[in-house]
Design a protein around this ligand. Structure first.
Ligand code: GRE
Ligand code: ZN
Length: 331
């Protein structure tokens, strides 16, 4: 089966270095909690993260992944003074990989969101000159959600280009960490609760709730967001949000669940549980379910088994594995 995976990361050393101080301030325990030597999940070696050639292709071949849509980690934490140049260079690296392996790699643009006008220009360049298929944004920039007025050029550009924006998990602000993810907990437990175990996902759900309720999708009715991890917990709460926030309160043009079903695509991001798949199939349109591994933080090895075990007609599996992505990304 042809499988296209949409949350597949690489690291660019210059981008990572330039964002390290901000990353460290938001999550001082991160390096220790995700040190490959600790032997815990989601801790790939740096060489694997940086590889955009044979090693990555071999891992894809071994796991039955036809194509990865590449995304560079970390641009939201790079300061405005250096972000445009560094992020541009990282996008150029991704573009080179897509040219070397046109059947195996596509790419989402990384954006220097600390400099919003430059970010909009870079999205334009990536889509129109490099053939990228959208963008991936790793949460807040300078503590602000994407609906803050200064990021409007980025939203406007994604809407005008008709490319999706993958809203990826990111560390919550310090006040949230201090209140929720600290105190009497072992350091590794606190940091993992703050990040992959819970905090990243709660933060991303709130980010999307904020985009909807600040009216982003009334301003840009066709803007499409991709959420990983089966929609970052939101599908389970659609009914609750609709009930607690009726349009009488929000004054929006649609109900929350309508925005979710009309402006959002979701993907498993390595969470290959069949119960989540079945629940999401009952909750959002089949046409809005995509596939993602979250390589190299999760292994490609679970992909084929996920589709083999899915209690679905072959036609539906093909949609999730590649057809929905091909349509959305115009591949
Ligand atoms: C991810 O993208 O999901 C991720 C990171 C860093 C560490 C673990 C992880 O970006 O899962
Ligand atoms: Zn990821």
């Amino acid at each position: 089966m042809k499988i296209i995976a949409l949350e597949e990361h690489f690291a660019d050393p210059a981008v990572s270095k330039a964002g390290a101080a901000t990353a460290q301030a938001l999550s001082p325990g991160f390096a220790a909690a995700y040190d490959p030597a600790a032997g815990l999940p989601y801790s790939p070696p740096a060489e694997v993260l940086m590889d955009l050639a044979e090693g990555r292709i071999a891992d894809m071949d071994a796991g039955g992944i036809t194509m990865q849509v590449l995304s560079c980690l970390g641009a939201q934490q790079v300061p405005a003074e250096v972000a445009p140049d560094l992020v541009r260079a990282a996008n150029d690296r991704a573009a080179a990989a897509t040219r070397s392996y046109p059947d195996r790699f596509a790419a989402f643009a990384s954006l220097p969101t600390a400099a919003p006008e430059a970010a909009a220009d870079e999205l334009d360049r990536c889509v129109n000159e490099l053939g990228f298929v959208g963008t991936m944004i790793f949460g807040r920039t300078d503590g602000e959600f994407l609906d803050a007025p200064r990021y409007d050029p980025v939203l406007a550009k994604a809407a005008a280009l008709e490319v999706p924006m993958f809203l990826h998990p990111a560390v919550p602000p310090l006040a949230v960490t201090e209140s929720c993810y600290s105190g009497d907990l072992p350091p590794v437990v606190a940091t993992r609760l703050q990040t992959a175990a819970w905090g990243w996902h709660q933060e991303t759900a709130v980010h999307f709730l904020h985009l909807v309720h600040s009216g982003v999708f009334d301003r840009y009715p066709d803007l499409q967001i991709i959420l990983g991890h089966w929609g970052e917990m939101i599908p389970f709460y659609l009914d609750r949000v609709d009930e607690a926030l009726p349009q009488r309160a929000t004054r929006l043009e649609r109900s929350f669940s309508e925005y979710f079903r009309e402006n959002v695509y979701i993907a498993p991001s390595g969470l290959f549980g069949q119960a989540q798949l079945q629940f999401c199939l009952e909750t959002v349109p089949l046409e809005r379910i995509l596939f993602a591994v979250d390589y190299p933080f999760a292994s490609n090895d679970g992909a084929v088994t996920f589709f083999d075990e899915a209690d679905l007609p072959e036609q539906s599996k093909q949609k999730i594995a590649h057809e929905n992505a091909e349509r959305l990304l115009r591949l």
